[in-house]
Design a binder for this molecule. Structure first.
Ligand code: THU
Length: 160
């Protein structure tokens, strides 16, 4: 028997510990929650992607009366970023969420499994690590790459 241990490093920052560019990115993700369309869950998620040239793309969750037809904030944002800038890696993705009372969450929500898979593809497609900032009012979690959120993942190499 062999054993494999996987270690994930997460740094937790106060908002005022972030540099100016990251504060602006987190603020963009927070603002994007106010444009989400979430009449069913009343859970508003916003995301902001900073591309390697400094461009910031924002998005949010878009729900639908046919529930599975809706899409999460992370995928809205990454698909739009990749659709508009197919040659630019996403350097950092910030995510924020507000609950049904309209309050920002104290502790960040980690992205759902489908979004992690799409985040991974974005990272792999550009061969560039995508940093992730998960906003919570009590701390902002920083992960250095998507692989940290999705170890033992499925990707295109399995198709060969
Ligand atoms: N949601 C996101 O936008 N991102 C996530 O990572 C988790 C969930 C959305 C989907 C749905 O509109 C609402 O939050 C409740 O699940």
């Amino acid at each position: 028997m062999k054993e494999l241990s996987i270690r994930i490093d997460v740094k937790i920052y106060r908002f005022d510990e972030l540099n100016e560019a990251d504060r602006a990115l987190v603020e963009a993700a927070r603002e994007a929650t106010f444009r989400s369309y979430a009449p069913y869950s009343h859970f508003s998620v916003g995301a902001a992607a900073r591309l390697t040239d400094g461009t910031i793309i924002t998005g949010n969750n878009q729900e639908n009366a046919a529930y599975p037809s809706g899409i999460c904030a992370e995928r809205t944002t990454l698909f739009y970023a990749n659709a508009q800038h197919p040659d630019l890696p996403v350097e950092t993705l910030a995510i924020a969420a507000r609950n049904e009372r309209g309050e920002f969450l104290q502790h960040p929500i980690p992205p759902c499994g489908a979004c992690r898979q799409v985040m991974l593809e974005t990272e792999k497609r550009f061969g560039h690590p995508m940093r992730i900032l998960l906003f919570g009012t009590e701390g902002i979690y920083e992960l250095q790459q998507v692989g940290d959120l999705l170890p033992l993942s499925f990707d295109e190499s399995a198709l060969k």
